[in-house]
Design a protein around this ligand. Sequence first.
Ligand code: ATP
Length: 537
Amino acid sequence: MVEEKENVASGNTAAGQETVSKKGAKKLAKAAKKAEQKAETAAAIAADDATGDKAVDHAAARYGLSEMIQSKDKRSEREFLLVPELSKHVDKGLFWVRGRVHTTRAKGKQCFLVLRQQSSTVQCILAVGDVISKQMIKFAGNIPKESIIDIQAKPIAVPIKIESCTEQFVELSVEQLFVISQAKPQLPLQIEDAARPENPDDAEGLNIRVNQDTRLDNRVLDLRTPANQAIFRLEAGVCRLFRDILTDKGFTEIHTPKIISAASEGGANVFTVSYFKESAYLAQSPQLYKQMAIAADFDKVFTVGAVFRAEDSNTHRHLTEFVGLDLEMAFKYHYHEVLHTIGNTFTAIFKGLRDNYSREIEAVGQQYKVDAFKFLEPPLILQFSEGVAMLREAGVETGDEEDLSTPNEKLLGRLVKAKYDTDFYILDKFPLAIRPFYTMPDPNNPIYSNSYDMFMRGEEILSGAQRIHDPEYLMERAKHHGIDTTKIAAYIESFRYGCPPHAGGGIGMERVVMLYLGLDNIRKTSMFPRDPKRLTP
Ligand code: ATP
């Protein structure tokens, strides 16, 4: 081996004439070989044409079903590109791309395949020639939609804009194609149908629509639409912003138990689970535990986690399991210190979504009607009694101590929008009678309490209040509500060792996303929704 190398090296240092003639000979041999290969390919194609699929397949090694990837080798030499990166690699050689077959159509000696990666699509071309055989075209045209494939291809510029793909100025000239995971040929729903815009022009429903149950029954397919990809990325954004903004404000993230011994909010809407020889409940909120964290000197806390409600509410905005974004904070003298912190947190979330998630908002807007979300800085704060007065002015009869019904809540949202031009507002000082036992009464008016709700597009997304931190007063209020205080002894006990005044709130994550985007159903913003009629998938 070493000797051979030395010979080559000495050859290179030989006289110029000799080197040139050697090179020339090599070139000639190479050209002859190429011509021979070309002739062979032409003959093979001619034979393919003559005898159909049974003929020798000159591309046989370049396509097929891949063996199951079981991590046998690493193939780290393969450079994979993402679809949005392709335009930067035009005319730079061959690259691998993995994606789904969005559509494929073989026609004569060509196959047009659209490859999809999440929400990005690119057109791929296979044409019979030196590299591609007729059989390969047939194979590519028959791959079931949604199958995952690896292709090796050259990114090339296209002269005419491709309207139907997200990559409009580049296409892939495929040289190798392997199916990595094959989809069933019959899909329970077509991605194109599930992604079709809810177009008011199509009032007669001429276009195929996919109904909600079919979508949810086949959620894994439904989630592949661009709008759904965007919804759940934006939802991740809401959680990330909530975490980042509160962490910046000095809050600590905590985790509270979901299996609890007593209903945190009182009432009967709890799921019972068997707990060894006893029964336990699924937490309706982290309420008692986040307050106990305040009593334990954490000062400002938040938590993101599952919340369970055994309510047989079959509405557009109730789930039996949702994600709660909860926070609790000690304050010095007035619960408005907390109210303003929460209000400002929302403003920062709305700004973060507007500034960093515009692509997602636009993608949802391609399918659903999305009006830009409007908010004021600082947020609008109205008194509950002012809200009631606005409703009465609009002809609604509602009592001073009555909770807002859903239609009244929505109407008030419209009135507020018309008067103040905001989709977000805070209603402060709710009647005491309609709030949980741990809510601090208003010191100035016994019918009200130091509690508030926050609304987006006229629907409640947060409920919060100053909590009673005095154990005797808390006992009194719990008894007034008919609560068995022996069951919450540990909670009440935690205020006997000194606890700062504090307030907080609970937010429904899915509602925030639904209402931010102006969607009509909370099931659209829950990846695998749970409601009284749905426990699967
Ligand atoms: P609603 O009056 O709409 O039923 P609630 O008064 O029961 O709500 P809270 O118990 O105060 O709500 O919960 C705080 C927040 O949690 C609500 O503002 C809402 O955003 C969310 N939320 C409450 N219940 C549900 C539910 N069943 N499904 C989804 N989100 C919910």
